[in-house]
Design a protein around this ligand. Sequence first.
Ligand code: LUZ
Ligand code: MOS
Length: 753
Amino acid sequence: MRTIDESIGHLRGETRYIDDLPEPKGCLHAAVRLSESARGRILSIDADAALALDPSVMVLRAEDLPGENQIGFTKPDEPVLPEEEWEYWGQPIALVLAETRQLARKAAAALVVHWEELPARIDPRAAAAGGDFILPSRSIVWGDAQKAFEDCAFVVSGRVDSGGQEHVYLETQGAYAEVRDNGTLFLISSTQGPTGVQRAVARSQGLPMNKVEVEARRLGGAFGGKEDQAALWASLAALGARASGKPVKLYLDRKTDFRATGKRHPYTSDFKIGADKEGHILAFEAEYFQNSGCSCDLSPAILARTLLHATASYRVPNGRVVGHMCRTNLPSFTAFRGFGAPQAFFVFEAALDALAQAMALPREELQGKNLYREGDRSYFGMPMKSVRAEEAFGRLKELTAWDRLKAEIKDFNASHRFEKKGAALLPVCFGISFTKLPMNQAGALVHVYQDGSVLVSTGAIEMGQQVSRKIRVIAARTLGIPQEWIRVERTSTLTVANTVPTAASTGSDLNGMAAKAACETILSRLKTKAAELLSSPVQEMDIHEGRLRRKGGDAAIGWKELVEAAHASRIDLSAHGFYATPGLFYDMETERGSPFAYHVYGAACVVVRLDVLRARCKVESAHIVHDSGNSLDEKVDRGQIEGALAQGLGWTLLEDLRFGPDGRLLSDSLSTYKLPDISFMPQKLVVDILPGRENPTTPFNSKAVGEPPLQYGLAAYFALLEALRAAKPQGETRYDIPFIPEKIHAFLSGSAL
Ligand code: LUZ
Ligand code: MOS
C-alpha cells in the first residue's frame, strides 16, 4: 500500500492532464472563432469555405444549443455564444468541430463573418460617468469621516491605478465531453468548480443536473481563472458532443486563451486620508472603479472582498468606501489569487504613503502606529481575534535588522550616483472565507476498503497547490494510520455533490474539515467494534500508527485486522462528511457582520536596487514573516508563499496587461506579456513562519495559505518608490502599477507617459 506523490509525477513529466489522455475512437476536436472588435453585430456567418475543407467539419452556433443560451448565474449576461452582438474583442462566436485539431482551427479561420461595428466603451471611469454599471454600487460607511477630517492635522488625497493580470496557468482552458448511455453527458473539465460546470452545462443543454457528470482529475494551474470561467469551454465541448454524437475535446492554444478569457480586474481609485499630528489615522475614504469587463461573472464577490479589505491591516475609526462595477467592452474580468484584496491593499498603502510624505515621516512609523490590535473591531464590525499584525511586523523588523538596513541603504545611496536602493515594509491581514456566505460549505466521501486501504474524495481540486497532500495528512491523522495507506481521489460530481469551487484559499480548510468529519464517523464505528474485541470501554480505544491499543496500553490489533473484523460484522466502512463554517454572518443592508472565519497575518520587507541610467530595477531581497498556523505541510506552505510572492511581484513590477484604445488585447502572447522568472526573483528570499496557535475552524489548527502572501509583492512597489526618491527627491509620485521601466523613466525624467 504505497502511494506516489503528485509532485514526483510532475517532476518526471508523467502527470497526465486532460489533453494527455488517450482519445477514444471517433473523437472530434473543437476550435472557436473569435470576434474581431470590441463590440459588433453579427449579420451572417458564411461557413461554405470551412465546410468544404473536410467532410468531418461541423459549424455550430447559438441556435444549436438545445437548452438556454445562458450560463451567467448572478446575472443572465453570459451567453455561451452570442446570438447577435458580441461584447468584447476575442469573444467566441462560433464552434467548429473536425477530425483533427489542425483542421478544426483551419476551418474556424475559414469562416467568413459579416458584421458591423457598434460603439464600445473601454474606460471604466467613462462607464461610471455614463452610469453603466454591472450591478448597483456598494458602500460601507462607519464613524463620521466628514467630521473626523476636520479634526485632522494632515489630510491628503490622490488617485491610484492598478493593472490587470493574466493567469498564465501552464495548462490552458479546456474540456472533454462525451454522450453516454441514455443521453447522459460525461465531462472532464479543467476547472476549479466542477459543480459550476455541471450547472452551466445542464442549463445550456436543457438537462437536469443528474444527467451531467463532471470530473476534474487535476489542473495545470488555475489561480482563479478556472473558478467561473471554465464553464464556457465545458459548455462548448458539451454542445459539440451533443450535436455530433461523438466525443469532443476542446483545448485552447495560448493566444486564444489570452484573448478570450478573463483576467485580474484593473482598478482605478480615488482616496482621501487624514491623521492627527502624531500620525494616528482618523479617517479614510476611497472610491473604487472596478473595471469589470463585459459581464457580471464574479465581479460582485470580488468587489465585496475589496470593500472588506479597504483599510488593509489597519484600524481606522471613521470612513466611507464605495465600489463601482464598471461595465466595459473587454473580456469579463474574473477571479485571480487575491480576488480584489490586492487592489484594496494598494490603495490603502498608497494613501498611507502619501500621508507619510505630507508628514515627512517614515512610512513604517505610520504603519506600525496604526496596525490592528487584539480586541479591535474591523470597520464592518467584526471582532478581530488572535490578531498577529504587530507581532509579525515587529518580528520582521528584527529579522531584517530594519534600522541598520535603512542606515546601510542611506550610505549606499550617498556613495552611488547611478544606482540607488530602496526598502519597504508591508503588513498583511487577509480574511479567510468566501465573501458569499452560502459558499462556505464542503462535502467528502471516504471509503475504507476490506484490505484496510482508504480512499478519500472531496471537492478540493488539485491544481498544483498540493491540496490532496494536505487532505491525506488530515485523513491519516484523524484515522491514526500512515499516510501511505490513503489515496486521495479526483473530484467528481458523482462522489461529492454541490461542491463549491476550490478558491478563496479555503480548499484545505473546508474540504479538510469535511474529510475529517467523514473519517471520524468511520472511526467511531471502528472503535465500537474494537471495544467489543478488547472487551473494554470505547473511550479507551486508541488508534495510532495503524495499531489499535487501549489508551496507555500495548498495541493489540492491527488496522487491517480491525477493518476485516468490522466488515465481517457488517459495519458500514463508508461515510459522507460535511462541513459548514460556523459563526459567519453578514447583513448587506447595514454592511455589518463577521464575514470571515479568521484572518491570516504577516509582513514582508523588500529591498530593490535601481539602475538609474537604464530605468531598471532588480529585487535584491525579500524577507517574509508569515502566519500559516500549525502547518499541515510546511514545505507546501513555503512553496505557496514563494509562489504568491512571485505573482505579487509580477503584478506590481512586471506584468503589463495592455489593451489598445480599440479594446484589442495587445499583450496577447508570452513574447509581449512578460512573466516573472527565476532571475527576476530576489537573490535572497527568507521565509520565517510564525509558531502556530489555536484556530478552531480549520483542520488541526492549520491556516489557509494560497492568497494572503500575494500582497507581499506590493512591498516591491514602495521599495522602488524609495529608491526613485533617493535618485530624484522632487520626483512626482504616481501610484500606478505595474511599475515598469517606462514609468520609472517617466519619474526620473519628469516626462509624461
Ligand atoms: N471566490 C469567491 C474567491 O467566489 N469568493 C471569494 O470570496 C473568494 N475569495 C478569494 C478568492 N476566490
Ligand atoms: Mo480564487 S481567486 O479562484 O481563490
